[in-house]
Design a protein around this ligand. Sequence first.
Ligand code: SF4
Length: 209
Amino acid sequence: MNEKYEMMIKRLIEKIKPHEIPFSEPWKVLISTVLSQRTKDETTAMVSERLYKIYPDLESISKANLDHLENVLKPIGFYREKAKRIREIAKILINEYNGKVPEDKDLLMKLPGVGTKTANIVLSISFKKDYIAVDTHVHRISNRLGWVKTKTPEETEIELEKIIDKKYWKILNGILVEFGKNICKPVNPKCEICPLNDLCPSSKIVAKK
Ligand code: SF4
């Protein structure tokens, strides 16, 4: 692995407390990640908490009244579509996987609303497997840092797997999400307080050094 990239990752590990998903059960990580698509983390967390209070297991979600489920999910984006998806996911997990979340990427990606990012989050967080979950933060920051030159998160995932040592794969998402929310923001990144500003090719202040 490129020494400079490794130095950047090590510095981030030292300085950034990784973003954490407030659930550990695989089915909750899966459902909440589906809910989180195109939704703010705070809203996802609030709605997830409410959802699991009313529907505490897959069985109850699978049998939920769709109108009621939509109402519970209402603050999040695309709540109607997501209500259908999570009810369908609950049914499939019960009927085809004995109520368990499969630990296999291809099987996960057959579930409704589950793409590579969601599958990788479940595999890396719930099952501690080596996958890089690439969301908008990971995609943007990897490009700013010069690790990749890509146009989509899917391309970024493929390129990162080639250049980042496997031992960092499962922690990368948590660190870069937190870093992206607080420092390397989508608009007006805070390069002046960034621990990577002497190494980053996109730094706004590197020229002054
Ligand atoms: S120096 Fe600026 S652009 Fe580069 S990683 Fe830090 S905040 Fe992002």
